[in-house]
Design a protein around this ligand. Structure first.
Ligand code: SF4
Length: 132
């Protein structure tokens, strides 16, 4: 079954180390990361705006992310770095590897994700086993 993700969540899932906004969000992230890493051929579609992680996020006010501008800017940075667009599809393996190669080089990573509250944590988290 196709999984819809906003572009920057290609990165968040790979760097997930058990920390999240609250218990529900963290449990959902854990389950998603476990599923994608376990089934790397899972088809992904990149979507604009909220996805399934946003749906359980406490930073959401109705349908809108309270950090909308920041999240959008990180999404667009990821798309640009990867040569992708909203609506792009591919397997989790293909898209996560593309995002890792394009963004996790430290200069791009800080440029794109530096304004995120999780950046320091992610910077110090290895992505081993993310994209088998
Ligand atoms: S902070 Fe915003 S972009 Fe990030 S998961 Fe929550 S609602 Fe989605």
């Amino acid at each position: 079954m196709q999984t819809e993700l906003r572009p920057h969540h290609l990165l968040c899932v790979q760097k997930f180390s058990g920390h999240g906004y609250d218990e529900t969000f963290t449990a959902h992230m854990y389950h998603l990361a476990w599923r994608l890493k376990g089934i790397p051929r899972t088809p992904i579609k990149l979507v604009e705006g909220g996805d399934q992680l946003c749906a359980v996020c406490p930073n959401r006010d109705g349908a809108v992310c309270r950090s909308h501008e920041k999240a959008k800017s990180i999404d667009e940075g990821v798309l640009k770095a990867c040569g992708l667009s909203y609506g792009s599809t591919g397997s989790w393996k293909e898209l996560s590897q593309k995002a890792a190669a394009a963004v996790f080089a430290i200069e791009e990573f800080e440029k794109i994700c530096g304004s995120c509250q999780w950046f320091e944590l992610c910077k110090n988290t290895e992505t081993e086993g993310s994209c088998k």
